[in-house]
Design a protein around this ligand. Structure first.
Ligand code: HNI
Length: 142
């Protein structure tokens, strides 16, 4: 699966806006993840997961920074995320189903913050992009 030229253009143009609120977006996506899918909290027993906690904000900014690395390497997302792919598979052992949940929460967060930009085409491009990111991060499991 790869992104078409127009999907790539949509991702990079919305990313320019997302990156200006990167930390807030990462934090909100995690808040939505833990609120709507509390089973995902089991991976973070060592974290204070209350909304807005310092650990949540730091982690949210790391997640969005990694998504930004993928945006800057749309032609080689697997290369950009290679280290994280190993980490999630071999060290963290996150069940792949959880990537769909986080991707959806990221998608909803972007949609809620940039409603005018979130056309059906933008929705499709972001959904496809996040599913590529997720498949890269879960590839090493197989
Ligand atoms: Ni994930 C650590 C990025 C999905 C559980 N994760 C990270 C780090 C980044 C990151 C970056 C920090 C690495 C480091 O410290 O070197 N994670 C991403 C991205 C996605 C993702 C881009 C998908 C879009 N991670 C998930 C999912 C779960 C998850 C779905 C589980 C529900 N991640 C973790 C855990 C850690 C982690 C647990 C370690 C946290 C810590 O600091 O102890």
């Amino acid at each position: 699966m790869s992104l078409t030229r127009s999907e790539q253009d949509i991702i990079t143009s919305i990313w320019a806006k997302v990156s200006s609120q990167a930390n807030a977006i990462g934090t909100e996506a995690l808040e939505r993840l833990f609120a709507s899918h509390p089973q995902t909290k089991t991976y973070f027993p060592h974290f204070d997961l209350r909304p807005g906690s310092a650990q949540l904000r730091v982690h949210g900014s790391k997640v969005v920074a990694a998504v930004g690395d993928a945006v800057r390497s749309l032609d080689n997302i697997a290369g950009a995320l290679a280290r994280l792919s190993e980490l999630h598979a071999y060290v963290l052992r996150v069940d792949p189903v959880n990537f769909k949940l986080l991707s959806h929460c990221l998608l909803v967060t972007v949609a809620a913050r940039f409603p005018a930009d979130f056309t059906a085409e933008a929705h499709e491009a972001w959904d496809k992009f996040l599913s590529i990111v997720s498949s890269v991060l879960t590839a090493k499991y197989r």
